[in-house]
Ligand binder design. Structure first.
Ligand code: SAH
Ligand code: SF4
Ligand code: F3S
Length: 459
């Protein structure tokens, strides 16, 4: 039974209870997993009879899909909830909060106690219950809360209102089993569950039939994809099966864990045209002692060996990473190991963070926390090391012609279009609407640390 059949009655009753022309607005915080969950929530709301609005001021329902990864991510949500309190005094507004913060008891209790203006609370595993929660709220006019801590009930057949028609996220697994000592995700998203491969392949076939050219497979650790009852079927098998789908031009995935990335998968980068020459492989730190305390279960040498291997197989591969500075007990020498490693790898891009203690994770209990000023100083030195490397790598592309999937107008200059190369480099060039959604050859004319500029050389 699909979602609509299951929820038919609820949707039917709910439609009558909604304000006429009811509008919703979703604010999404956090990672691609949350972005994709918001696309699913948006799909549900439209089945129920809501219409999307880009303007929160005119929404009847505002939904905050929250993230817990760092303290700052949670602070943004509390700040937004403060603003919404004033809006709610002025008009009839329903406020819903969902996502990772709501899976954490501490944050949920804070919202329950301090934000009485929040009407609906649900978690990451029960998105499909939203129509019932809305109905309950509209009928009782009381606060409605539903959190599922069993992580058993994710409805992986939910459809999504995809943000772009040409590229799509596809969940392949939920949760994480790794328990890196700093990370909240295993507590907010539960243990790993892999989707059956046929469900994924069918979803991608349907997307391609509707015009999608590029998919990004989502999972916290895609390399440990292990669908139940599919003996020996691995992430690499899935990639090879997806590559057989006619019309699917680009396959990406995120994120890989360095301890689990297999030689077979590295080989697939060489073998398969549609597997993009871009690898996001979070290293977190370059010091073995810090990596051990983080419970990452690889050494800097293991990591560098994997990087050497993939560079040998695919010389033009673009490399991206996540790095954290200021982990408890991190010494200046440890930090120097991180700087050495980034110079060795020569990344094309990186997400850099100051370590943020998360209550409930082992690292937060370590009494040797690093002072804020030291963290900030290391962060600055890290980015000062990284940005010239990014610039050098990007400048090496000037004069080359690269294929770009054109996504949209540039936000700053509407006569410019933006898209991504296969290597995930953001590229701007002059052009009109009719080019959006196409993969085009763009001759790169200039570059800086974060993007490329070029010219469309076709007609
Ligand atoms: N599953 C992915 C990461 C998801 S979280 C992976 O393992 O690669 C994205 C990034 O946020 C992590 O790679 C890490 O660099 C950062 N991060 C996670 N917890 C953090 C914390 N407590 N403080 C600062 N950064 C953190
Ligand atoms: Fe967090 Fe580690 Fe899991 Fe990534 S692999 S989500 S960093 S626990
Ligand atoms: Fe993603 Fe943040 Fe949750 S990074 S998995 S939305 S804690």
């Amino acid at each position: 039974m699909n979602f609509i059949d299951q929820e038919e009655q609820v949707i039917h009753i709910l439609k009558d209870k909604l304000p006429s022309q009811a509008k919703y607005h979703i604010m999404t915080y956090g990672c691609q997993m949350n972005e994709h969950d918001s696309e699913k929530i948006s799909w549900i709301l439209e089945q129920v009879g809501f219409h999307a609005t880009p303007d929160p001021q005119e929404a009847d329902l505002i939904l905050l899909n929250t993230c817990s990864i760092r303290h700052s991510a949670e602070d943004k949500v509390y700040g937004k909830l403060g603003e919404l309190k004033h809006q709610k005094k002025q008009r009839d507004l329903t406020i819903a909060v969902c996502g990772c913060m709501m899976q954490r008891e501490e944050s949920r209790n804070k919202v329950l106690e301090k934000c009485k203006h929040v009407d609906i609370i649900f978690g990451t595993n029960n998105i499909h219950k939203l129509p019932a929660l809305l109905l309950d709220h509209y009928e009782t006019e009381k606060r409605t809360i539903d959190i599922d801590e069993s992580f058993q009930s994710i409805d992986d057949k939910l459809l999504a209102n995809r943000y772009y028609p040409y590229k799509s996220f596809v969940n392949i697994m939920y949760g994480c089993n790794n328990f890196c000592s700093y990370c909240i995700v295993p507590y907010t998203r539960g243990r790993e569950v892999s989707r059956p491969s046929q469900d994924i392949l069918n979803e991608v076939r349907a997307l391609v039939a509707s015009g999608v050219l590029e998919i990004t497979l989502l999972g916290q650790n895609v390399n440990s994809y292990t669908p139940a009852l599919e003996n020996g079927y691995s992430f690499t098998h899935l990639i090879y099966d997806l590559a057989k789908i006619q019309g699917l031009k680009r396959i990406r995935f995120m994120t890989s864990h360095p301890k689990d990335i297999s030689d077979d998968l590295l080989m697939a980068f060489k073998d398969l045209d549609s597997l993009c020459n871009f690898l996001h492989l979070p290293v977190q730190a370059g010091s073995n002692s810090v990596l051990r305390k983080m419970n990452r279960r690889y050494s800097r040498e293991d990591y560098m060996r994997k990087i050497d291997k993939v560079k040998n197989l695919v010389p033009d591969i673009a490399l991206c990473t996540d790095i954290m500075v200021g982990f408890p007990e991190e010494s200046e020498d440890d930090f120097q190991d991180t700087l050495d490693l980034v110079k060795y790898v020569q990344y094309d891009s990186a997400f850099t963070f100051l370590y943020s203690p998360r209550e409930g994770t082992p690292a937060a209990n370590n009494i040797q926390q690093i002072p804020k000023e030291i963290k900030q100083d290391r962060f600055n030195r890290l980015t000062e090391t990284l940005y010239p490397i990014f610039e050098k790598k990007n400048k090496a592309l000037v004069g080359k012609t690269l294929e770009v999937l054109v996504e949209d107008h540039s936000k700053h200059d509407t006569s410019m279009l933006t898209g991504r190369t296969e290597s995930f480099k953001l590229t701007h060039f002059r052009g009109g609407d009719r080019l959006i959604g196409k993969i085009l050859p763009i001759k790169i004319t200039s570059a800086n640390s974060f993007n490329l500029e070029g010219e469309f050389i076709g007609s």
